[in-house]
Design a protein around this ligand. Sequence first.
Ligand code: 1GP
Length: 269
Amino acid sequence: MGGANRAVSYVCNRQSQARHAILIDPADQPPDVAAKRAIAAVTAGSRMILVGGSTDTDMSNVHDTIVAIQESLELINWAATQSSDQDEKEWKVPVVLFPQGAAALSPAADAITFMMLMNSTSPQYLIEEQVIGAPFIKKAGISPLPMGYLVCAPGGRVGQVGQVDLIKPDDTDRVSSYAMTAEFYGFKILYLEAGSGATKPVSSQLIETARESCELTIIVGGGIRDGTAAKTAVRAGADWIITGNLTESYNDADELQQVISTFIEEMNS
Ligand code: 1GP
């Protein structure tokens, strides 16, 4: 998947059906396990692999994980071209950095969520990490996906690390203003995050309000554990649903593939 515009249009052009992506945290599993999980997810219908985490990621574990995933996807892609009954296009999913900061990047990534953590109270996450990382991203030719990142309650680890002033489930005025601001800045994506392992996902109210307030591609993640919760978020207006813990809780690839297939089917039912 080469070319900045290609990655941006793949991720940002809104589709008639919502898409699913997995989040792989390089701090939680070795690269070979990450690659197996990525293949199972893509086989099941996931359409993007995000790689990142809020803590314990660095240039080394992020790079090794991305390379392992890329190599496995390429092998499968090659196999698909040899077989008439498999659709090669299905395998061309981007591997996208979802970084904790400028110290956890890899030149091998197809794209990066180039984000402003809009409701952080710290300049470090609003702009400083981005300024430090920009030359690396430019040199490596990684496609930046301009994104407003909003952390909603309960917020989890990312809420703490990012020094976030969390958005409450019924604070629709605030999410609306942020959505408009993200659009005015020229971002292409608005990511509504409840925090990994959140006890409750982002509320439908917040998603609906964001949807009404801007034309951006909306990503929703954090605490989504089954297809029913995903469906609720999609009905409210999500274009992408991200799952991290769900993917990382299965060690058997066939079982994971089955779980994600069912998840996607329910999500779009
Ligand atoms: C990505 O933080 C999410 O936005 C992932 O959350 O691990 O709860 O799926 P889960």
